[in-house]
Design a protein around this ligand. Structure first.
Ligand SMILES: C[S@@+](CC[C@H](N)C(=O)[O-])C[C@H]1O[C@@H](n2cnc3c(N)ncnc32)[C@H](O)[C@@H]1O
Length: 244
């Protein structure tokens, strides 16, 4: 009994009853933070919700603007042809012929590579460029299995291609242009390495790095490339250009 009476004041010091007796903590600020008020709990929840929303917004902004190349660890997602950007449609615009030298930018795991390599044949050459060695190794393994010696890899950035001017009969870049931070410079490089009259095929489908056809037209014009044919809807298009 004695102990209980002695301990009572100490317990009260930590209780709400004591806090209410301090004038400095009884004003509107205290109420906003919810010290003991039913409305304060709602305010705390609102603040936590706003913080969660801000964090989610920051993560979404990072994801949308983040410019790293497509991760090799996600390569299984590159194994399927995108609707409207099928190899059959790409073939129709690229019109690869035996003996031609063709350039592929951003080959990834080679969804288009072996198909085009077969069309240029052993007398031709298909140069594949990617900024990730793992992607190039992946494709070269398949090319070697099929004894396709016409496939030649180059580890390079598409904005600074390691090729002479007027080197290629045709070039293509499928779902890679928007991923390259300087898409305009990439198109300029393609215009530089294509022979006069050379064909460029660009395929883009709507995702976070999408380059619209209208934007592409501006890049192409600056690069000396004239538009010829487009296939597919605006959100998943293939466009052919000719080097002037
Ligand atoms: C989404 S994948 C597309 C691969 C393939 N074209 C397809 O349709 O499946 C984009 C590829 O572009 C490559 N890439 C990204 N930035 C590049 C750059 N600056 N220069 C060359 N390749 C790049 C990536 O490494 C990746 O392999």
């Amino acid at each position: 009994m004695q102990t209980g009476q002695a301990g009572a004041p100490a317990a009260r010091l930590c209780g709400k009853e004591h806090v209410r007796t301090i004038p400095a903590l009884s004003g509107p600020m205290t109420n906003m933070l919810g010290a003991g008020q039913p409305g304060g709990t709602a305010m705390k929840r609102a603040l936590a919700g706003a913080a969660a929303l801000a964090a989610a917004g920051a993560a979404a902004a990072w994801w949308w603007y983040e410019a790293a190349p497509y991760p090799y660890s996600h390569r299984w997602m590159l194994n399927r042809q995108v609707p409207f950007l099928t190899n059959r449609r790409i073939d129709a615009l690229l019109a690869a012929r035996p003996g031609e030298r063709i350039l592929e930018i951003g080959c990834g795991t080679g969804l288009q590579t072996l198909n085009v390599a077969a069309q240029v044949g052993e007398q031709g050459r298909l140069d594949i460029v990617d900024v990730q060695q793992q992607m190039l190794d992946h494709v070269m393994e398949q090319a070697k299995e099929r004894e396709m010696t016409q496939v030649v890899p180059s580890l390079a950035d598409a904005t600074a291609l390691p090729f002479e001017d007027n080197s290629f009969d045709a070039a293509y870049i499928i779902t890679a242009l928007g991923e390259i931070p300087d898409s305009a410079a990439t198109v300029r490089e393609l215009g530089r390495v294509l022979k006069p009259g050379g064909r460029l095929v660009v395929g883009e489908c709507f995702e976070r790095h999408f380059v619209s056809y209208v934007t592409l037209l501006h890049y192409a014009n600056d690069a000396g490339l004239a538009p010829t044919v487009t296939l597919g809807p605006p959100a998943a298009y293939l466009a052919q250009f000719r080097a002037r």
